[in-house]
Structures are given as C-alpha cells and as structure tokens.
Design a protein around this ligand. Structure first.
Ligand code: LRH
Ligand code: MN
Length: 386
C-alpha cells in the first residue's frame, strides 16, 4: 500500500465525546456500569486510553454543563498531562425545565435570553481554552400542529444564532447540527441539512453544518449531503454513530459499514481527510449496554477501516469508467476497495506509530478496566443528568 495511504491513516484525527464514557440509556432505563467516571477529569482519563491504543483520537469534546468545572485551563492542563487535548464545546439547551416549549425559539423572550446566554457562555469557555469549535444542537420543536408559528420560531432562532456568531473570535467557528425529530415529534426547528445550511449561509464563513449520521430519515443518502456541503465549503463536522431505526447512537459503522465507506469516499475525493481541511470528525455515541472504553476503541477502528478502504479506491480507474458511462465497471472499482480487507494494513500502520497491532487486546491487557472499577467507588457517576 502506498506510503501516501499510510501517512493519511497515521494523520487521521477522530474526536471523542466525553459523554460516551458516562452512563447513558433510553427513557426506559439507564443501566449504570461499574467504573464509570464521576468527573470530567475521569472522563478525560478514559478518553486518553482510547488515544493511547489507537493513536488517532487526541481530543475530547466537552458538553456544558455536563463537563462544567471551576477552571477550564486546569482541565486542559490535566488533559495535556494525559496526552490528549480538549475539543469541541457542545452547548446544552435541551434539559432545563424552562425549555419545554423551546430554548432560543421559545415564545417567551426571557427564556430566549437565558438560552442565548448559555450559547455565549460556551463561546467564552471555548475562548478560555483556545478551542476553535462551538457546536449547537437544538432540541427545539413542537409536538402538535398549530402549537406555535413555524416562521416565528425561525426568526427567533436566526436572532440567537446571529448574536452567538457575532461573539465568535476570529479563529472560532459555530457548528450547527440538525436532526429530523426527537424530542419533538411534529416540527423540529433545525430538522435537516437544508435548514442548517441556509442559516449558516446567512450567518457567514465561521458558521458550518454538522452531519450527525443518526439524524436523518430512514433511506436518506447521507453521502449526497456530504458531497453537496463539501462543494459549498459548508461542511464543518461529523457526529459519527450508526443506527438501525432512529437516533440510536450505536457504534459508528456497526449498523451500516458500507454507508460509512461511502461517506469517507466523498471525504477522500474532496481531499478533506487531512486535519488542515478543517472538518472535525467526532464520535457522538451512547454505550448503553457495552463497556464504554473498548466500544470507543472499536468505533475509532471502524472509522479507520472505512477510511482505509476509501483511500484504496482506484480513482483513475473509477473516473475512466464514470466518464465512459461504464456503470458496472465504475461500481466494480468502488466495490473492490470496499471488499478489501484493510485490517492487516491498519495493524502495520499502528506498529509504524509505535502502537500494538490490536488496540482492543492491548487495552484489555492493560488492566485499566479492573483498576477503574476498584478505584471509582462512591460518588455520583457521570451521565446525562436528565
Ligand atoms: C443530539 C446529539 C447532539 C448532542 C447530543 C449528546 O441528539 O446528537 O449532538 O448534543 O446528541
Ligand atoms: Mn450529535
């Protein structure tokens, strides 16, 4: 395999979600697991394990207030001591009782003010620790026709986004995430890529769209959205996960590895894999029943495998077949890459990085899982706090 492919794989960067290391579940049950972190510091310790064995997960996204601390620069220094850095700041305007009828879109201006102030707080936290991205996802929506004015809510949303955008520093970005539904079940105020794209266009160059792979209607061709937003230079980030039905937040690539390959193919085609291309590749997952650190390691490996396959597409042969209308030929070139077993290549790349070939086995052999179960007794386990 060419050195270029290996170099691209060594340079890959995948950001981990702090909340994946805490307890999570559904409305039916949140199953607590032994050894789960109690503080943002312990979440970072666990995330550092994933980077230690994969070598490509050097940053941890924070969620505010789940990861609220007195001193964010102290938390950043702690992360550095553990070989990782702090990443994207995620706002949370979906858990306060005041937001029942919406946060920035709420009919009540005082509640809109409160929500916008939280967004501004997240911009400030990002500035304190020198982080580029502030990520906004709004659970805002309605459950019944007539409940509120669809248009008025867009006006309110645009006003809050503009105020937040205007507060950004020169090197900061606002990432706007869309989601088809849940927790709202009639309208969602940012339901699809088009709505997010339109708001970002209106805001300006520091506003870009986040594609959460679990946030689409069944059957949506996500790689089309990727290709389109790349062409518009409006794709800022991914929240990677996978699903069989709704926003299941399962391990990326576990439900549909072929879809993940098709997405990474568009990324590679646009030469947007490298960190300097500016796209944040993040995981956004919940490990409701599986051990969280190995699940994050497996998820990173799934992204690496899809990426390696995408890097192996014979682009010249593909373009030749496409341009000559050779439908089956083009598809065959594409499937050849997908059907290539890239695990030996990735094992070699890890060894080139001074890592063990099998990250999961290496983690299991470290005894870390038993150590945290023994040490983390008492205290309040981290979770979504809903
Ligand atoms: C919403 C979402 C969003 C996060 C949350 C943890 O479904 O994808 O990205 O804030 O999950
Ligand atoms: Mn998400």
């Amino acid at each position: 395999m060419t050195e270029a492919v290996r170099a691209a794989l060594r340079a890959q960067r995948i950001e981990l979600p702090s909340w994946a290391f805490g307890n999570s579940g559904t409305r039916f049950k949140v199953f607590a697991q032994q050894g789960v972190p109690r503080t943002p510091y312990e979440k970072i310790e666990d995330a550092a394990q994933v980077h230690r064995y994969t070598g490509v997960a050097p940053t941890v996204a924070l969620h505010i207030p789940w990861d609220k601390v007195d001193d964010y620069t102290h938390l950043a220094a702690f992360a550095k001591e553990h070989g990782v850095g702090l990443g994207t700041i995620n706002a949370n305007v979906f858990q306060d009782n005041d937001y029942m009828l919406g946060s920035v879109t709420n009919p009540d201006p005082a509640i809109r003010r409160k929500a916008t102030d939280h967004l501004l707080e997240c911009v400030d936290i990002a500035a304190q620790i020198g982080v580029r991205d502030v990520k906004l996802w709004f659970s805002d929506g309605t459950n019944y026709p007539g409940q509120d004015s669809i248009r008025a809510r867009q006006d309110r949303l645009a006003e809050a986004l503009q105020e937040t955008y205007d507060a950004l520093g020169d090197d900061q970005r606002l990432l706007l995430e869309y989601k088809l539904f849940e927790p709202a079940f009639y309208t969602t105020d940012v339901p699809d890529w088009g709505t997010a794209y339109a708001h970002c266009l209106r805001l300006g160059p520091k506003a870009e769209v986040v594609i959460d792979t679990g946030h689409h209607a069944p059957g949506t061709n996500i790689e089309f959205i990727v290709a389109f937003l790349l062409r518009e230079a409006k794709l800022g980030a991914f929240d990677f996960n996978s699903r069989f039905y709704a926003d299941d937040d399962l391990m990326v690539g576990s439900a549909d590895p072929f879809q993940l390959f098709r997405i990474m193919h568009e990324i590679v085609l646009a030469d947007a894999l490298k960190p300097e291309a500016g796209i944040a590749f993040m995981l956004d997952q919940c490990h409701n029943i599986e051990p969280k650190i190995p699940a994050q390691i497996r998820s990173v490996m799934n992204v690496q495998e899809a990426t390696a396959k995408a890097l192996l597409v014979d682009h010249d042969a593909l373009a030749a077949a496409q341009n000559s209308g050779d439908v089956l030929g083009a598809n065959a070139v594409f499937m050849d890459a997908y059907n290539t077993d890239v695990r030996p290549l990735l094992a070699e790349v890890r060894q080139e990085m001074g890592l063990e070939a099998d990250p999961i086995a290496a983690y299991k052999g470290s005894g870390y899982a038993d150590k945290i179960v023994a040490e983390r007794v008492g205290g309040q386990q981290a979770g979504w706090g809903a």
